[in-house]
Write a protein that binds this ligand. Structure first.
Ligand SMILES: [Fe+2]
Length: 184
């Protein structure tokens, strides 16, 4: 009973947030329609969540990493944290430029991230290469799969996401280069 009341309360808050969002949108003066702006912002919001999760996972790995590649990967992970923070800021602010609120709350991240959860405790360098590599790959896949739709909705947002993917895929290469060379 208590759970149901809580769920109803959460739904009511979400509905009132959505109504507020819509009324803010009608006052917005961007040069294209409300529905397209909302749909474009939904895609940006998805990528925002994944990017924030990626930065949190990279920091967790930065702290708990161990192994012969420690120094190099430790530094590389901090660069990734910094870059992901800049990317998240740009995605969130693009949502606002479209007249839609951005949502970087922990509960939203936990509910909506596409990334696999990162394991707790100390972690070997080669595992970090695999796990953070998988996280970068996920952001790349999700971003690429939305590019066509985003282009139909808003070319400016598409351009931002292309730029984001360029950075993400470069980071993926820098990390993957720590894998031992395959022989034969
Ligand atoms: Fe540090």
């Amino acid at each position: 009973m208590k759970e149901r009341t809580k769920a109803n309360g959460a739904r009511a808050i979400a509905e009132s947030e959505r109504a507020e969002e819509r009324s803010a949108l009608t006052r917005h003066t961007a040069a294209f329609g409300i529905d397209r702006r909302l749909a474009a912002a939904d895609i940006l919001q998805e990528l925002l969540v994944d990017t924030i999760d990626l930065s949190l996972q990279a920091k967790q790995a930065h702290w708990n990493l161990r192994g012969p590649m420690f120094r190099d990967i430790h530094l590389l992970l901090d660069e990734l944290v910094e870059e992901a923070g800049v990317v998240a800021d740009r995605l969130a602010e693009r949502c606002l430029a479209l007249g839609v609120a951005a949502d970087g709350r922990l509960t939203t991240l936990a509910r909506n991230t596409h990334l696999e959860p990162f394991p707790g405790g100390r972690i070997a360098d080669h595992q970090v290469v695999e796990l953070i590599g998988a996280g970068l790959q996920t952001v790349s896949e999700v971003g690429r799969s939305r590019l066509g739709q985003l282009g139909e909705l808003d070319l400016v947002s598409q351009d931002l996401v292309i730029e984001v993917l360029d950075g993400i895929e470069k980071r993926l290469w820098l990390l993957e280069a720590h894998r031992p060379a395959e022989t034969g």
